[in-house]
Design a protein around this ligand. Structure first.
Ligand SMILES: [Mg+2]
Length: 172
């Protein structure tokens, strides 16, 4: 399995087939925060996203899993009433493993939803959980992410040439 190829690729968090995930044994959803749930320059969660998370909590353990700092992640997590891991250092496996331990899930029961190949997808694939890529919800990235985006564009091009991934060609 290519480290940078997501298991599932969808336009946004709203188009993911959560019913299917549930039927396939997924019990826990890790959501990246910046540019997955909210634009990276805001601290506001829109009503549509709030509603989605509320609905998902009925079927899944929902966890915020972000490389951003404690203050930012905690504020959003409190608003959504979900547990969180800040400073998670994706793609390193350390915090992924902590989730598995803390909540006693098996790899096959967890999925990560994120907008970046180099952090969310590479990290998730490395530990063997289900990886779901969505498009970023805004074009504005943090200074750290700008470099990742540059690498990501090159990587996506490479994967495209190998026939492994095509931007905009969604699958589940
Ligand atoms: Mg992100």
């Amino acid at each position: 399995m290519e480290k940078y190829v997501p298991d599932i690729y969808q336009k946004s968090i709203y188009t993911i087939n959560y019913e299917n995930l549930k039927n396939n044994g997924i019990k826990c959803l890790l959501f990246d925060l910046d540019n997955t749930l909210i634009p990276s320059r805001t601290t506001v969660v829109n009503d549509k996203t709030k509603q989605l998370i509320t609905d998902l909590k009925k079927d899944f353990k929902v966890i915020l899993f972000s490389n951003a700092g404690e203050t930012r992640v905690k504020k959003i997590a409190n608003e959504l009433e979900v547990p969180y891991y800040a400073w998670s250092f994706k793609p390193l496996s350390r915090t992924f493993k902590k989730v598995l331990q803390d909540h006693r899930y098996q790899e096959c029961e967890i999925a990560i939803v994120g907008d970046q190949l180099y952090t969310d997808i590479a990290g998730g694939n490395q530990v063997g959980i289900t990886t779901i890529l969505v498009n970023p919800v805004s074009n504005s990235d943090s200074i750290f992410t700008k470099l990742n985006r540059y690498l990501e564009r090159k990587k996506m091009h490479k994967l495209y040439r190998k026939g492994l991934f095509t931007k905009g060609k969604y699958y589940e």
